[in-house]
Ligand binder design. Structure first.
Ligand code: CMP
Length: 155
């Protein structure tokens, strides 16, 4: 099974979308294995967005992400990174597909409600920036046999 991290950004929190967003991942069949509310620091953001550090929008991005705490969650499932990114939608929310979180609730390309890891490598790095090892929980899902075939979950 693959793990991915999502952050509900300050605009998602302020707009009261936390429950709605969690509900979408739960209904999909993804398994919640970590959750916390955290206020991001310059240090975390400079590492998290290291590839955007030289961009014009970096300063605004950092202050936006520090405006309020964010809600961080780790979700697990088969090909979870791709599955979560489809539910989230593309960066520019006004062009995101209807039915996705950004497509249904957003208009902005910067204040776009939610972040989701784009690769296994980013997921590992981002999880490490927010969660301690003992804040990620391994447990048996009672519904796994309804969500996947035996063949899909063997190993
Ligand atoms: P996300 O894809 O979660 O991670 C990078 C973030 O940078 C992106 O969401 C936006 O919030 C922000 N971002 C990307 N492009 C721009 C831009 N052109 N102007 C402002 N913010 C941006």
């Amino acid at each position: 099974m693959q793990r991915t991290i999502v952050l509900i950004k300050p605009d998602g929190l302020q707009r009261g979308l936390v429950g709605e967003i969690m509900h979408r991942f739960e209904r999909k069949g993804l398994k919640l294995i970590g959750i916390k509310m955290i206020r991001l620091t310059d240090e975390i953001l400079e590492n998290w967005y290291v590839h955007h550090k030289d961009k014009d929008f970096f300063k605004d991005l950092k202050s936006f992400m520090e405006w309020t705490p964010v809600v961080a969650m780790v979700w697990e499932g088969l090909d979870a990174i791709t599955a979560v990114r489809k539910i989230v939608g593309i960066t520019k929310a006004r062009e995101a597909e209807a039915g996705s979180i950004r497509g249904d609730f957003g208009m902005s390309g910067s204040q776009n409600i939610i972040h989701a890891s784009d690769s296994e490598e980013s997921a590992q790095k981002e999880m490490g920036l927010i969660f301690n090892v003992d804040e990620i929980f391994e447990y048996q899902s009672a519904t796994e046999c309804l969500i996947y075939s035996d063949d899909e979950v063997k190993n």
